[in-house]
Ligand binder design. Structure first.
Ligand SMILES: Nc1nc2c([nH]c(=O)n2[C@@H]2O[C@H](COP(=O)(O)OP(=O)(O)OP(=O)(O)O)[C@@H](O)[C@H]2O)c(=O)[nH]1
Ligand SMILES: [Mg+2]
Length: 135
């Protein structure tokens, strides 16, 4: 039995109904794949606190906890750990998302999400986003 790793992720949705994807930088695991911003929940953190911290660190935006709504989650057996990843939705933030760690960012319509190679854990999340933001 591999350990469970808890990762909080967020779909930022803009006023045109597009969702923000970030490309994992070279040197990290799963480099080049497109993911939802977020990261590992650290000791003593609530997932919402993780996201507020990660969205600031990775994108340079400020998010209020009240603007984080749970949507669904991913549960996926990677080779060396089991990923449990709650996916939140956020439509309001302060600042302009910009890759603070050199990540390329892309605003993508839900119907186009399949054009962007994602980690295998993320693929089952796409229908939920398509239902959330039709068209
Ligand atoms: N943020 C994020 N992580 C994902 C997604 N899908 C997915 O499988 N993961 C996996 O979740 C794990 C943790 O993500 P992460 O690398 O962003 O963690 P982190 O920000 O804390 O970075 P660090 O551990 O390099 O400090 C990685 O193994 C990553 O591959 C996703 O959509 N978003
Ligand atoms: Mg991260």
């Amino acid at each position: 039995m591999s350990r469970i790793v808890l990762v909080a992720a967020c779909a930022l949705v803009d006023t045109d109904g597009r969702i923000l994807l970030a490309q994992r930088p070279e040197g990290k695991s799963l480099a080049g794949l497109w993911e939802f911003p977020g990261g590992k929940v650290e000791e003593g953190e609530r997932p919402e606190e993780t996201l507020i911290r990660e969205l600031d660190e990775e994108l340079g935006i400020k998010v209020n906890e009240a603007c984080l709504a749970p949507l669904t989650f991913a549960s996926y057996a990677y080779q060396d750990f089991h990923l449990l990843m709650p996916l939140y939705v956020c439509r309001r933030w302060e600042g302009n998302p910009a890759g603070q760690e050199g990540q390329v960012l892309k605003w993508v319509r839900p119907v186009r999400l399949r054009d962007y190679p994602m980690p295998p854990a993320d693929e089952p999340l796409i229908p939920f986003l398509m239902e959330l933001v039709p068209g």
